[in-house]
Design a protein around this ligand. Structure first.
Ligand SMILES: O=C(O)[C@H](CS(=O)(=O)O)OP(=O)(O)O
Ligand SMILES: [Mg+2]
Length: 237
């Protein structure tokens, strides 16, 4: 097994068997809570124009995301996992447009298996890869893509996942949480001069949840779509 950690969202990667794109603050934490709240799928939009074009094509889909962390005029949801809790998302599809996580994913589609995760689902995702995919192929290549170009939140989570994959416990969950809280990306959430950023978001981003699914990127009508896949189902792929 070869594990390579890449930081940023503008990369060009060679082919690999597995890509895991990590966005703790906040895109894939939002995605995880959205699936828990009953979302059916999340289509990824690389630009604002793409997002609005998709909305015209699928008017019933929900626009979610941010620019510079802030809500986007004309969008239904921003990028806050706390504010997401008030939305009724059962059976719905989201169109997600964010700065780091979504962009990094759209630049990481050259793999047989593509997963996205925040910290909330990191252990489930890593355990799934270890027990279901590594078992079949020991010479496997894995890219762990920490989507924030410089923040330590996604990098810490990538190292946490890497440790689980290699049974090394290189970094504990508590250390990972500590690094997420102290990361550059988290700073504005603790700044009283920036009330748009809720400190409680970081609370939700640093909670390990025991969900029985991973978030896997597939395609819907040639559009990259994150789907919730029960851990047992992937066993049969
Ligand atoms: O909204 C977020 O948390 C970030 C934007 S920024 O880095 O805080 O400006 O987007 P994401 O794609 O979720 O990292
Ligand atoms: Mg981020």
């Amino acid at each position: 097994m070869t594990i390579k950690i890449i930081q940023g969202h503008n990369h060009t990667l060679g082919a690999s068997r597995i890509n895991v794109i990590i966005d703790v603050i906040r895109a894939f934490t939002v995605a995880h809570y959205a699936f828990i709240k009953g979302v059916q799928g999340i289509i990824l939009a690389g630009t604002l124009d793409d997002a609005f074009r998709l909305k015209r094509q699928f008017p019933e889909f929900i626009l979610a995301g941010e620019i510079q962390g802030l809500p986007i005029a004309g969008f239904d949801l921003d990028n806050s996992p706390v504010r997401l809790q008030n939305a009724d998302l059962r059976g719905k599809f989201l169109i997600q447009k964010t700065t780091n996580g979504v962009k990094a994913t759209l630049n990481s589609l050259n793999a047989d298996h593509i997963f996205v995760t925040g910290f909330t689902n990191a252990r489930t995702t890593a355990e799934f890869i270890k027990h279901k995919l590594l078992r079949e192929d020991t010479a496997i290549s894995i890219h762990l893509i920490a989507s924030h170009p410089s923040g330590d939140d996604d990098l810490a989570c990538a190292q946490y996942i890497s440790g689980i994959l290699q049974n090394s416990n290189r970094i504990s969950a508590d250390e990972t949480i500590e690094r997420i809280r102290k990361s550059e990306a988290a700073k504005k959430f603790y700044d009283p001069a920036k009330p748009d950023f809720l400190q409680e978001d970081i609370g939700l981003c640093t909670r390990e949840l025991s969900s029985e699914f991973v978030m896997k990127v597939n395609y819907k009508d040639e559009l990259p779509l994150i789907e919730k896949v029960q851990v047992q189902e992937l066993n049969h792929e």
